[in-house]
Ligand binder design. Structure first.
Ligand SMILES: Nc1ncnc2c1ncn2[C@@H]1O[C@H](COP(=O)(O)OP(=O)(O)O)[C@@H](O)[C@H]1O
Ligand SMILES: [Mg+2]
Length: 270
Protein backbone atom coordinates (compact mmCIF):
# COMPACT_ATOMS: atom_id res chain seq x y z
CA UNK A 1 0.00 0.00 0.00
CA UNK A 2 1.24 3.45 -0.86
CA UNK A 3 1.40 5.96 1.98
CA UNK A 4 1.94 9.68 1.84
CA UNK A 5 4.83 10.89 3.98
CA UNK A 6 4.02 13.40 6.73
CA UNK A 7 6.36 15.95 5.20
CA UNK A 8 4.51 15.68 1.93
CA UNK A 9 1.24 16.26 3.72
CA UNK A 10 2.54 19.26 5.64
CA UNK A 11 3.94 20.70 2.42
CA UNK A 12 0.56 20.26 0.79
CA UNK A 13 -1.17 21.89 3.74
CA UNK A 14 1.17 24.87 3.82
CA UNK A 15 0.68 25.27 0.08
CA UNK A 16 -3.08 25.49 0.49
CA UNK A 17 -3.16 27.50 3.73
CA UNK A 18 -1.04 30.62 3.49
CA UNK A 19 1.25 31.32 6.42
CA UNK A 20 -0.50 33.86 8.60
CA UNK A 21 2.81 35.12 9.96
CA UNK A 22 3.67 36.41 6.50
CA UNK A 23 2.76 39.97 5.48
CA UNK A 24 -0.51 40.25 3.58
CA UNK A 25 1.37 41.97 0.76
CA UNK A 26 5.11 41.80 0.19
CA UNK A 27 6.40 43.85 -2.71
CA UNK A 28 10.00 43.06 -3.58
CA UNK A 29 11.56 45.39 -6.13
CA UNK A 30 8.42 45.40 -8.26
CA UNK A 31 8.42 47.87 -11.16
CA UNK A 32 6.39 48.51 -14.28
CA UNK A 33 7.56 50.25 -17.42
CA UNK A 34 5.60 51.18 -20.52
CA UNK A 35 8.15 51.87 -23.24
CA UNK A 36 10.22 54.73 -21.79
CA UNK A 37 7.75 55.53 -19.03
CA UNK A 38 8.59 54.10 -15.63
CA UNK A 39 5.03 54.00 -14.31
CA UNK A 40 6.22 52.39 -11.06
CA UNK A 41 9.93 52.43 -10.23
CA UNK A 42 11.39 49.50 -8.29
CA UNK A 43 9.49 49.45 -5.03
CA UNK A 44 9.81 47.28 -1.94
CA UNK A 45 7.40 47.33 0.95
CA UNK A 46 5.38 45.11 3.26
CA UNK A 47 1.76 45.55 4.30
CA UNK A 48 0.62 43.53 7.29
CA UNK A 49 -2.67 41.70 7.49
CA UNK A 50 -5.48 44.00 8.68
CA UNK A 51 -3.75 47.26 7.71
CA UNK A 52 -5.71 49.98 5.91
CA UNK A 53 -3.43 51.80 3.50
CA UNK A 54 -4.29 54.85 1.39
CA UNK A 55 -2.22 55.54 -1.73
CA UNK A 56 -1.95 59.25 -2.48
CA UNK A 57 -0.34 61.09 -5.35
CA UNK A 58 -0.99 63.30 -8.35
CA UNK A 59 -2.47 61.98 -11.56
CA UNK A 60 0.05 59.82 -13.41
CA UNK A 61 2.08 58.97 -10.31
CA UNK A 62 1.56 55.23 -10.74
CA UNK A 63 -1.27 54.52 -8.29
CA UNK A 64 -3.49 52.51 -10.63
CA UNK A 65 -0.48 50.64 -12.00
CA UNK A 66 0.65 49.66 -8.50
CA UNK A 67 -2.85 48.55 -7.43
CA UNK A 68 -3.31 46.53 -10.62
CA UNK A 69 -0.04 44.70 -9.92
CA UNK A 70 -1.13 43.94 -6.33
CA UNK A 71 -4.47 42.67 -7.66
CA UNK A 72 -2.69 40.32 -10.07
CA UNK A 73 -4.19 42.07 -13.07
CA UNK A 74 -0.88 43.44 -14.34
CA UNK A 75 2.44 41.64 -14.29
CA UNK A 76 5.43 43.60 -12.96
CA UNK A 77 8.21 44.24 -15.50
CA UNK A 78 10.59 43.16 -12.77
CA UNK A 79 10.54 42.16 -9.12
CA UNK A 80 7.89 40.10 -7.39
CA UNK A 81 4.81 40.36 -5.20
CA UNK A 82 3.82 37.82 -2.56
CA UNK A 83 0.35 37.71 -1.03
CA UNK A 84 0.28 36.02 2.40
CA UNK A 85 3.49 34.22 1.59
CA UNK A 86 2.53 33.01 -1.86
CA UNK A 87 4.00 34.27 -5.09
CA UNK A 88 1.23 36.12 -6.89
CA UNK A 89 2.56 34.94 -10.23
CA UNK A 90 2.00 31.33 -9.15
CA UNK A 91 -1.62 31.76 -8.02
CA UNK A 92 -4.18 30.21 -10.28
CA UNK A 93 -6.20 32.97 -11.96
CA UNK A 94 -9.89 32.65 -11.10
CA UNK A 95 -10.92 31.18 -7.78
CA UNK A 96 -7.49 30.84 -6.20
CA UNK A 97 -6.55 34.44 -6.96
CA UNK A 98 -10.02 35.75 -6.08
CA UNK A 99 -9.77 34.26 -2.58
CA UNK A 100 -6.60 36.26 -2.00
CA UNK A 101 -7.39 39.61 -3.60
CA UNK A 102 -10.27 41.53 -5.15
CA UNK A 103 -10.22 44.92 -6.84
CA UNK A 104 -12.81 47.68 -7.12
CA UNK A 105 -12.01 49.61 -10.27
CA UNK A 106 -12.27 53.30 -10.90
CA UNK A 107 -15.18 52.58 -13.24
CA UNK A 108 -16.84 49.94 -11.15
CA UNK A 109 -17.48 47.53 -14.06
CA UNK A 110 -20.82 46.10 -13.07
CA UNK A 111 -22.76 44.28 -15.78
CA UNK A 112 -25.40 46.90 -16.68
CA UNK A 113 -28.17 44.55 -17.77
CA UNK A 114 -27.97 42.34 -14.67
CA UNK A 115 -29.65 43.29 -11.41
CA UNK A 116 -27.71 44.61 -8.43
CA UNK A 117 -28.18 41.28 -6.66
CA UNK A 118 -26.93 39.28 -9.64
CA UNK A 119 -23.87 41.53 -9.89
CA UNK A 120 -23.18 41.00 -6.20
CA UNK A 121 -23.56 37.23 -6.45
CA UNK A 122 -20.97 37.21 -9.22
CA UNK A 123 -18.45 37.95 -6.49
CA UNK A 124 -19.16 34.47 -5.16
CA UNK A 125 -17.82 32.82 -8.26
CA UNK A 126 -14.73 34.89 -8.92
CA UNK A 127 -15.10 34.14 -12.58
CA UNK A 128 -17.36 36.02 -14.98
CA UNK A 129 -17.66 33.40 -17.70
CA UNK A 130 -18.67 30.81 -15.13
CA UNK A 131 -21.07 33.28 -13.54
CA UNK A 132 -22.84 34.06 -16.79
CA UNK A 133 -23.46 30.38 -17.45
CA UNK A 134 -25.02 29.68 -14.05
CA UNK A 135 -26.66 32.99 -13.29
CA UNK A 136 -30.12 31.43 -13.22
CA UNK A 137 -29.09 28.61 -10.89
CA UNK A 138 -27.97 30.54 -7.86
CA UNK A 139 -28.83 28.85 -4.59
CA UNK A 140 -31.24 30.55 -2.17
CA UNK A 141 -28.52 30.50 0.49
CA UNK A 142 -26.31 32.54 -1.82
CA UNK A 143 -29.15 34.95 -2.48
CA UNK A 144 -29.30 35.61 1.26
CA UNK A 145 -25.54 36.26 1.36
CA UNK A 146 -25.97 38.71 -1.52
CA UNK A 147 -28.92 40.44 0.12
CA UNK A 148 -26.99 40.78 3.39
CA UNK A 149 -24.13 42.45 1.54
CA UNK A 150 -26.48 44.88 -0.21
CA UNK A 151 -28.06 45.61 3.16
CA UNK A 152 -24.64 46.24 4.64
CA UNK A 153 -23.90 48.99 2.09
CA UNK A 154 -27.41 50.42 2.30
CA UNK A 155 -28.88 49.54 -1.11
CA UNK A 156 -30.90 46.36 -0.47
CA UNK A 157 -33.96 48.19 -1.84
CA UNK A 158 -32.18 48.30 -5.21
CA UNK A 159 -31.53 44.53 -5.36
CA UNK A 160 -33.76 43.92 -8.37
CA UNK A 161 -32.85 47.06 -10.28
CA UNK A 162 -30.50 46.63 -13.21
CA UNK A 163 -27.05 48.04 -12.51
CA UNK A 164 -27.30 50.25 -15.59
CA UNK A 165 -30.15 52.17 -13.99
CA UNK A 166 -28.39 52.88 -10.71
CA UNK A 167 -26.84 56.22 -9.81
CA UNK A 168 -23.05 56.46 -9.58
CA UNK A 169 -23.17 56.25 -5.80
CA UNK A 170 -25.41 53.20 -5.85
CA UNK A 171 -23.15 51.47 -8.37
CA UNK A 172 -20.18 52.07 -6.13
CA UNK A 173 -22.04 50.58 -3.19
CA UNK A 174 -23.00 47.53 -5.26
CA UNK A 175 -19.34 47.14 -6.28
CA UNK A 176 -18.38 47.20 -2.58
CA UNK A 177 -21.11 44.63 -1.82
CA UNK A 178 -19.80 42.39 -4.59
CA UNK A 179 -16.36 42.49 -3.05
CA UNK A 180 -17.77 41.70 0.40
CA UNK A 181 -19.39 38.61 -1.11
CA UNK A 182 -16.21 37.65 -2.96
CA UNK A 183 -14.61 37.86 0.50
CA UNK A 184 -10.94 38.08 -0.50
CA UNK A 185 -8.26 38.49 2.18
CA UNK A 186 -7.02 41.66 0.49
CA UNK A 187 -9.20 44.42 -0.93
CA UNK A 188 -7.71 46.79 -3.48
CA UNK A 189 -9.81 49.82 -4.45
CA UNK A 190 -8.91 52.37 -7.13
CA UNK A 191 -10.50 55.73 -6.35
CA UNK A 192 -13.68 54.03 -5.18
CA UNK A 193 -15.34 57.34 -4.30
CA UNK A 194 -13.97 59.69 -6.96
CA UNK A 195 -17.26 60.28 -8.76
CA UNK A 196 -19.27 61.00 -5.62
CA UNK A 197 -20.04 64.27 -3.90
CA UNK A 198 -18.00 64.76 -0.70
CA UNK A 199 -20.74 63.61 1.72
CA UNK A 200 -21.43 60.40 -0.18
CA UNK A 201 -17.73 59.82 -0.81
CA UNK A 202 -17.12 59.89 2.89
CA UNK A 203 -20.03 57.55 3.56
CA UNK A 204 -18.90 54.93 1.02
CA UNK A 205 -15.30 55.18 2.23
CA UNK A 206 -16.57 54.70 5.77
CA UNK A 207 -18.48 51.56 4.73
CA UNK A 208 -15.43 50.18 2.93
CA UNK A 209 -12.92 50.79 5.71
CA UNK A 210 -15.31 49.65 8.44
CA UNK A 211 -16.17 46.46 6.55
CA UNK A 212 -12.48 45.76 6.04
CA UNK A 213 -11.66 46.35 9.70
CA UNK A 214 -14.58 44.29 11.01
CA UNK A 215 -13.69 41.35 8.79
CA UNK A 216 -9.94 41.64 9.47
CA UNK A 217 -9.17 42.35 5.84
CA UNK A 218 -6.26 44.23 4.40
CA UNK A 219 -7.31 47.29 2.41
CA UNK A 220 -5.25 49.30 -0.04
CA UNK A 221 -7.06 52.16 -1.77
CA UNK A 222 -6.25 55.25 -3.77
CA UNK A 223 -7.98 58.27 -2.34
CA UNK A 224 -8.24 61.78 -3.78
CA UNK A 225 -8.82 63.61 -0.56
CA UNK A 226 -6.00 63.72 1.96
CA UNK A 227 -8.56 64.45 4.67
CA UNK A 228 -10.56 61.30 3.85
CA UNK A 229 -7.29 59.35 3.81
CA UNK A 230 -6.29 60.67 7.23
CA UNK A 231 -9.72 60.01 8.70
CA UNK A 232 -10.28 56.47 7.52
CA UNK A 233 -6.84 54.90 6.95
CA UNK A 234 -4.09 53.84 9.28
CA UNK A 235 -1.17 54.30 6.91
CA UNK A 236 -0.55 56.67 4.02
CA UNK A 237 1.83 56.07 1.13
CA UNK A 238 2.63 59.01 -1.15
CA UNK A 239 3.61 58.25 -4.74
CA UNK A 240 5.07 60.75 -7.18
CA UNK A 241 6.56 60.00 -10.59
CA UNK A 242 6.36 56.29 -9.82
CA UNK A 243 8.37 56.64 -6.63
CA UNK A 244 7.48 56.49 -2.96
CA UNK A 245 7.76 59.94 -1.36
CA UNK A 246 6.60 58.91 2.10
CA UNK A 247 5.18 55.89 3.87
CA UNK A 248 3.90 56.77 7.34
CA UNK A 249 1.21 56.21 9.94
CA UNK A 250 -1.64 58.54 8.92
CA UNK A 251 -1.31 60.82 11.94
CA UNK A 252 2.35 61.54 11.19
CA UNK A 253 1.84 62.84 7.64
CA UNK A 254 2.25 66.62 7.61
CA UNK A 255 0.50 69.22 5.45
CA UNK A 256 3.93 70.13 4.03
CA UNK A 257 4.44 66.55 2.86
CA UNK A 258 1.03 66.57 1.22
CA UNK A 259 1.65 69.94 -0.46
CA UNK A 260 4.99 68.71 -1.80
CA UNK A 261 3.36 65.51 -3.07
CA UNK A 262 0.85 67.39 -5.19
CA UNK A 263 3.09 70.35 -6.19
CA UNK A 264 3.18 70.84 -9.94
CA UNK A 265 6.92 71.48 -10.22
CA UNK A 266 8.99 68.45 -11.07
CA UNK A 267 6.12 66.31 -12.27
CA UNK A 268 6.88 64.34 -15.39
CA UNK A 269 5.04 65.28 -18.57
CA UNK A 270 2.43 62.80 -19.65
N1 LIG B 1 -1.36 51.01 -20.55
C1 LIG B 1 -0.49 52.02 -20.50
N2 LIG B 1 0.30 52.28 -21.54
C2 LIG B 1 1.23 53.27 -21.52
N3 LIG B 1 1.42 54.08 -20.45
C3 LIG B 1 0.65 53.88 -19.38
C4 LIG B 1 -0.34 52.84 -19.33
N4 LIG B 1 -0.94 52.87 -18.13
C5 LIG B 1 -0.37 53.87 -17.45
N5 LIG B 1 0.59 54.49 -18.18
C6 LIG B 1 1.46 55.59 -17.75
O1 LIG B 1 2.03 55.22 -16.51
C7 LIG B 1 2.05 56.33 -15.61
C8 LIG B 1 1.29 55.96 -14.35
O2 LIG B 1 -0.09 55.81 -14.66
P1 LIG B 1 -1.19 55.41 -13.59
O3 LIG B 1 -0.72 54.21 -12.85
O4 LIG B 1 -2.50 55.30 -14.30
O5 LIG B 1 -1.18 56.66 -12.61
P2 LIG B 1 -2.30 57.20 -11.60
O6 LIG B 1 -3.25 56.10 -11.33
O7 LIG B 1 -1.51 57.63 -10.40
O8 LIG B 1 -2.94 58.37 -12.27
C9 LIG B 1 1.48 57.52 -16.38
O9 LIG B 1 2.54 58.25 -16.93
C10 LIG B 1 0.65 56.85 -17.46
O10 LIG B 1 0.56 57.69 -18.59
MG1 LIG C 1 -5.33 56.07 -11.57
Amino acid sequence: MKTTSPSKISRAISASYPNSSQPAILIDGAAKTYGDVEAVRPLSLAIESGETVALLGPSGSGKTTLLSMIAGELEPSKGSIHLRGRDLAALHPGRELSREVGMIHQQYDLVPNLSSLQNVLAGRLGDWSLFKSVVSLVWPRDRQVGMNALERVGVSDRARVRAGFLSGGEQQRVAVARLLVQDPAIIVADEPVSSLDPARAEEVMGILTESALLAGKTLVATVHSAEVARTYFGRLIGLRNGEREFDLPAHLVTDEQLDALYALEGLRDE
